[in-house]
Design a protein around this ligand. Structure first.
Ligand code: HEM
Length: 162
């Protein structure tokens, strides 16, 4: 994990401590469930209406309602609340769950662009919480991009050798 964390720090300027500072406080208790629903609803509404077709297309076979619910339940669980996501769907296994998608660095940047905008449109999220969440999202988006594209590449090479 060290190598990938170092690589992400080089790309984003964020140390692993900064990225995981969501764990130094209970954001679920601080912000409440309603706030997470607002955030994910605003985020995914932006994503599903993105003017950039290539990005919107990553989500084209999914329903807006399901995408919002999946994200809210995961965020609540990850940020100190009940394990709604795992009770309904099992282990988060984020890399495996993103294997079928375009997860290139450009996609991570676009995901983060919408998330930053969404965070700024939820007044209930104070500046400190916003910063912690954005740091975590940034690290995780790059982590997923590097992890998923690496495995997709390995798969392509394997099938090329058959
Ligand atoms: C890097 C850019 C990203 C792209 C292009 C992307 C794309 C997607 C897509 C297409 C889905 C399926 C929508 C659904 O039906 O739920 C999804 C689901 C999900 N994503 Fe991402 N994602 C990205 C980053 C992230 C990040 C940073 C996180 C966590 C902080 C995250 C957490 C999740 C979760 C929890 C689900 C639901 C998985 C499931 O229920 O099976 N994603 N993502």
């Amino acid at each position: 994990m060290r190598d990938i964390d170092d690589l992400i720090e080089k790309k984003t300027g964020l140390s692993i401590e900064e990225a995981m500072s969501i764990d130094d406080t209970n954001l679920y208790k601080k912000l409440g469930e309603e706030t997470f629903w607002k955030l994910s609803t605003i985020f995914y509404t932006k994503v599903f209406n993105d003017e950039e077709l290539w990005f919107r297309n990553i989500f084209k076979n999914r329903s807006l309602e399901d995408a919002i619910q999946n994200q809210v339940e995961f965020f609540i669980q990850r940020m100190g609340g009940p394990s709604y996501f795992s009770h309904r769907k099992g282990h988060p296994a984020l890399i495996a769950r993103h294997m079928d998608f375009n997860m290139k660095e450009k996609a991570a940047e676009r995901w983060l662009y919408h998330m930053k905008e969404a965070l700024s449109e939820v007044p209930a999220i104070d500046e400190d919480s916003k910063k912690r969440m954005m740091n975590y999202f940034t690290h995780t988006a790059y982590f997923l991009s590097i992890g998923v594209t690496g495995q997709q590449e390995a798969r392509r090479n394997e099938s090329g050798n058959l």
